[in-house]
Design a protein around this ligand. Structure first.
Ligand SMILES: *Cc1c(COP(=O)(O)O)cnc(C)c1O
Length: 815
């Protein structure tokens, strides 16, 4: 964009304080951490339940940002920058986007629905890109914030827009409609579930349809529930498998293992279409795309030739372990300018090493001339402090003059030839390229070779769960995140890094070595060690960890070492036993504790804590109250007699949910962060974090009467297809999960585990599932959930999560 600040002031009806109102704004930002913020940026200080971006303005001014949309001018910053004061900064962001959208008159496709929005958007982009300069929402930017940011990316060279809109409750779509202003509307699969946030399915559909109020045409699967909300003035193009009155009637569906053949009737003509997918959801999504192509008057031949090339969409930026201790960010499926900006921000937030490297292909469809485009790219590379830049392709080599230290290759093959000489080592490498460059080969060459079983960790879900619990607390309550046992099996360093990003106050680990490896990996947050052994005290001191002290013996041992090292005010945490009877000072030892600490300058009591035994079980709420009362009494005594004001904390995850009145100064969040609650209502608000995945190694057919596995514990009573999965009890899958008790999920269907789980493998029944060797298998995640497995195996989710062996690689990703 390119608008003078005074123009924006008047569009927003803002109050202006500043002295450069003719400054030109080229870029809108809401992310204080982005290295792309600069003098031409207008920063919108959004205010959320847990986060107030006004707090970052001072830093941003220091980094060269001059212009801010705010609800107030933070103290001491008057006259230091341009401030546009508005009532609500999110509304203002939406307002400017709606204004900006109106400046462009080309067709805009607006998508909504419960499933498939992002895939249909990406596929339409692929199908239409030979003929249009398309601006589309990056990734799944479909929220109240994501949509305005997407629309603000339009420039004068675009001639088609594809934007998705996602809502979670009523009154949201109306706002998104004003920003997207779609001319072509698409409703993707609406789903039958009634989502939270809507009273019922009808309300959900009605709300989503508001996106199409002013559209010229609406494309959807024919259905009365939907049609009642389409205005009679709007043209419709519907499709159906059953209703011959639909605009496009799909009459025949045949599957092979690789593709689906459909026959469709449109305007009296019957055509066939080969779809390169077999699952129902993909077929429906392709049909949505087909209708758009028909509306835009493509002929059947062109449609077939383009749809044939559709590919599964990888919508997420995956972080993988690379060779020579590198970390890879795999974004090998797209290379447009918008998504490059997002990927660079992600690289910054994730950087696991000092050194940042970018491997980038030619960029297509920017709508800009190569000259302008690549100057912008070089500015991004410079402002993001990329240490090493590798360009692959014909046009990107124009960067040669702008980035003197960069290396260029004419294609992927040439790069792979030189790979060994590039000496990748201890760096974070963003690999981002258009699909035609087949950068997946680069990812494969640079990735650490592992077996196919991985535990995928959704970092967004951890953020979501963190914010969910934070929103339950008072604004000033601090949070300690428990990352003991390798982050409950989910990964230590990567999660600690993310939590640092979220400004968590403390980390908690069980043993000193866990804390040491976090510190060595560069984590700066204070780390409390719950169960320090006396032998680890020197290492605790050396690495600036903070021990929990739970006995006089431990205290004296620590003091001896600390005094010897002449330490002053070294932070320690005092654990009280109020009824858990695991670790801690009991009531009758408090006087001795006070006597030892009184006047002591070597250590400083940073916090006093206790742990609840029954916070998850309301039947025992009297016992919890007893523990809280005792904690209150003992901690008050310590504070009075020692004249200290430490942080007090007693709540774990279920404590936060059930006894928020006892949140004191801090809470210790554990399992909830990893997406598990013991309360089914609360569980619905949490997002699944870990998905344990594998693949099918082999499939065979056995006859009725034949058996599977050790001890012949499964006997087939019909002809059965058996799939072998390379994961077993050595990976942490309980043997008791076999023999028909447990199941895995393949192609969204349940495949029961047959016979006993072996050490490295298990076998499942896929007789009813269309699948082939190499297909993905979910061991746990959305289904079965960890909670479900725990219940069936008569244990708790904690045990399931922490049992997954370290030989299972963890892969981290963001939506
Ligand atoms: C593990 C642990 C927690 C976190 O418990 P969750 O139930 O996982 O939230 C809190 N405090 C202490 C002392 C712990 O050991």
């Amino acid at each position: 964009m390119n608008l003078p600040l005074h123009k924006i002031t008047s569009i927003l009806n803002a109050e202006y304080f500043g002295n450069t109102s003719d400054a030109i704004i080229e870029n809108i930002s809401i992310d204080s951490r982005s290295l792309q913020n600069g003098p031409q940026t207008l920063f919108f200080a959004l205010v959320g339940r847990n986060n107030d971006a006004h707090l970052y303005i001072k830093d941003l001014i220091a980094k060269g940002v001059h212009s801010f949309v705010v609800t107030y001018i933070p103290e001491g910053l008057e006259g230091k920058a341009n401030f546009l004061i508005v009532e609500n900064t999110l509304n203002a962001l939406q307002q400017i986007a709606a204004y900006y959208r109106k400046l462009f008159a080309f067709p805009v496709i607006g998508l909504t629905g419960s499933n498939g929005k992002t895939i249909v958007k990406e596929w339409l982009n692929f199908l239409l890109s030979p003929d249009y300069n398309i601006i589309r929402s990056p990734k799944s930017y479909n929220s109240q914030v994501g949509v305005p940011l997407s629309v603000l990316g339009i420039n004068e060279h675009h001639n088609l827009g594809v934007f998705e809109a996602g809502i979670s409750t009523i009154a949201e779509m109306e706002k998104l409609e004003k920003i997207i202003q779609p001319t072509i509307g698409i409703l993707t699969n609406i789903g039958s579930a009634h989502d939270e946030g809507f009273a019922n399915l009808e309300e959900k559909i009605k709300e989503k349809m508001l996106l199409f109020n002013y559209a010229e045409v609406v494309i959807y699967q024919k259905n009365n529930d939907v049609e009642q909300f389409i205005s009679s003035k709007t043209k419709t193009i519907s499709w159906s498998f059953t209703d011959t009155t639909a605009t496009v009637f799909v009459s025949k569906k045949e599957h092979t293992h690789e593709q689906t053949l459909i026959q469709y009737t449109y305007e009296g003509n019957i055509s066939t279409l080969k779809i390169p997918f077999v699952d129902d959801a993909s077929v429906e999504n392709v049909i949505s795309c087909l209708l758009v192509l028909l509306y835009l008057e493509y002929d059947a031949k062109t449609i077939q030739s383009r749809i044939e090339l559709l590919y599964p969409i990888e919508m997420r930026l995956k972080v993988k372990k690379g060779i020579n201790n590198c970390s890879l960010i795999d974004d090998s499926y797209s290379s447009d300018f918008q998504s490059l900006k997002i990927a660079l921000d992600f690289l910054e937030s994730q950087k696991q090493h000092q050194k940042k490297t970018v491997v980038l292909s030619d960029i297509f469809q920017s709508g800009l001339s190569n000259e302008v485009l690549y100057s912008k790219v070089s500015e991004l590379i410079v402002s993001n402090k990329i240490c090493r830049f590798i360009g692959i392709g014909e046009t990107i080599s124009t960067l040669k003059t702008k980035l003197p230290n960069a290396v260029f290759f004419k294609d992927t093959n040439e790069f792979l030839l030189y790979l060994d000489q590039l000496n990748f080592e201890n760096e974070t490498i963003l690999i981002k390229g258009a699909r035609s460059f087949q950068f997946e080969e680069i990812v494969a060459a640079l990735a650490e070779k592992t077996h196919e079983t991985v535990l995928e960790i959704n970092l967004n879900a951890i953020s979501h769960n963190f914010n969910f619990f934070k929103s339950k607390l008072k604004v000033n309550t601090k949070m300690m995140a428990m990352v003991k046992a390798f982050g409950y099996g989910s990964g230590g360093f990567e999660i600690a890094k993310l939590l640092e990003h979220h400004k968590v106050d403390y980390l908690g680990v069980a043993f000193a070595d866990e804390g040491i490896s976090l510190k060595m990996a560069g984590i700066k947050l204070p780390i409390m060690v719950l169960n320090p052994e006396n032998t680890s005290f020197p290492a605790i001191i050396q690495h600036q960890l903070e021990p929990e002290i739970y006995s006089l013996k431990g205290l004296n041992a620590f003091l001896k070492i600390a005094e010897h090292k002449k330490l002053k005010d070294f932070p320690i945490h005092i654990k009280l036993d109020t009824g858990m009877h695991r670790l801690g000072f009991e009531a009758n030892t408090i006087d001795d504790l006070i006597a030892t600490l009184k006047g002591n300058q070597t250590v400083k009591v940073k916090s006093i804590l206790s742990h609840l035994a029954t916070s998850d079980d309301l039947q025992h709420k009297n016992f919890v109250q007893y523990q809280i009362n005792l904690f209150e009494k003992l901690s008050s005594k310590l504070m009075n007699e020692l004249q200290i004001t430490p942080i007090l904390h007693i709540l774990n995850t279920s404590g936060i949910s059930n006894f928020p009145q006892a949140q004191y100064d801090m809470v210790r969040l554990g399992i909830g962060l990893y997406g598990v609650s013991n309360d089914s209502e609360e569980q619905r608000h949490l997002e699944n974090v870990g998905t344990l995945k594998s693949i099918i190694s082999q499939i065979r057919t056995i006859q009725s009467g034949e058996s599977v596995g050790y001890g012949r514990r499964f006997m087939a009573n019909r002809e059965s297809r058996i799939a072998t999965i390379p994961i077993g009890y050595a990976d942490g899958i309980a043997r008791s999960w076999g023999n028909g008790i447990g199941f895995v999920t393949i192609k969204n269907k349940k495949a029961p585990i047959l016979g006993s789980v072996c050490m490295d493998m298990l076998m499942v029944d896929v007789t009813e599932i269309a699948c082939k060797e190499g297909d993905a298998v979910v061991i746990f995640g959305e289904s079965p959930t960890v909670n479900y497995i725990a219940e069936k195996l008569h244990t708790i989710p904690y045990e399931i999560l922490t049992s997954i062996s370290q030989r299972v690689k963890r892969v981290f990703y963001r939506e």
